[in-house]
Each structure stands twice: as structure tokens, then as C-alpha cells.
Design a protein around this ligand. Structure first.
Ligand code: AMP
Ligand code: ZN
Length: 137
């Protein structure tokens, strides 16, 4: 399969690895948005949150916690942004699920929560919540 992250997992493409477990690897992002930006990636190919089996996801999230803690300690980060995108509409570029760990510092100029904070219409919010709840099994 022509997947860049599968190639990294198979050792066909080099990467700066920080963690290599049975089900998960983590490596440094080659276009870091902050010092220490890394990606935590399940070894079994799954395109997104909808496709990944829960066991692989659980292992991935556990590794995220370990890597986030290690990055925070190693770099004296003041915060960590954790980001995971699904689908082109959400800006996902690489179609192999990955979780970004982005170390953060006060006034680092990055912003990933810069949507306008405007009070929503509570009736509309409740209606949307009702629709979502109908789809929860
Ligand atoms: P996205 O799919 O939008 O969550 O982002 C994909 C991320 O993968 C970007 O931050 C890229 O810089 C990163 N990336 C793409 N190719 C490589 C690679 N060969 N090694 C490390 N990081 C990569
Ligand atoms: Zn893949």
C-alpha cells in the first residue's frame, strides 16, 4: 500500500523514532509546528477514527499519554496540544491515523483554538445534541 506512515513502520522510509512498541510507534514530525512536535501512530493501517479497531486505538492513546508526559518533562513544556484530524475537511493530509503531540509555551504564537467565542443559540445546541444522542449506541 502506498502509505507513507506504513512505509515508516516497515522501515522503508526513515524517521526519527521516539517510541517503538508492539502496536504503536511515535516519531518526530518533519514539519514541526513547535519544538518537539511528534506523531503517535498505530502500526496497523487504519485511515481514521472511524476505521481503527478499539484495541489499536486504546494502545495509541496510552502511548500518547506516555509521549506527552515525556515531551513535557524533557522540554519543560508549559502545555501540550493533542490533535487528531479525520478527513480532508478537517485538514487531514496523511490518510493513516495519527495523533499530534505539540508541546506548547505561553506566548509561543501558536493557536489551535482560535474560533470565535460567541454564545450559541441554546435551542439549536440542544437540538443538535438530541440528534447526536440518537446515533449513540
Ligand atoms: P495531518 O494529516 O494534517 O494531521 O498531518 C500530517 C503530518 O504528518 C504533518 O504534520 C506532516 O508534517 C507529517 N509528516 C508527513 N510526512 C512525514 C514523514 N515522512 N515523517 C514525519 N512526519 C511526516
Ligand atoms: Zn498506512
Amino acid at each position: 500500500m502506498d502509505c507513507i506512515f506504513c512505509k515508516i513502520i516497515d522501515g522503508e522510509v526513515p524517521a526519527v523514532k521516539v517510541l517503538d512498541e508492539e502496536l504503536v510507534i511515535a516519531f518526530m514530525d518533519i514539519n514541526p509546528s513547535s519544538k518537539g512536535h511528534m506523531l503517535v501512530v498505530p502500526k496497523n493501517h487504519a485511515e481514521n477514527i472511524f476505521e481503527i479497531p478499539e484495541s489499536d486505538l486504546a494502545a495509541t492513546v496510552k502511548a500518547v499519554k506516555r509521549c506527552a508526559k515525556a515531551a513535557k518533562e524533557a522540554l519543560n513544556a508549559e502545555g501540550i496540544t493533542i490533535l487528531q484530524l479525520n478527513g480532508k475537511a478537517s485538514d487531514q493530509i496523511v490518510p493513516h491515523l495519527h495523533i499530534h503531540i505539540i508541546p506548547r509555551w505561553k506566548n509561543d504564537g501558536l493557536s489551535m483554538s482560535n474560533w470565535e467565542m460567541k454564545q450559541g443559540d441554546m435551542e439549536k445546541i440542544k437540538n443538535i445534541a438530541r440528534k447526536v444522542k440518537e446515533h449513540l449506541s
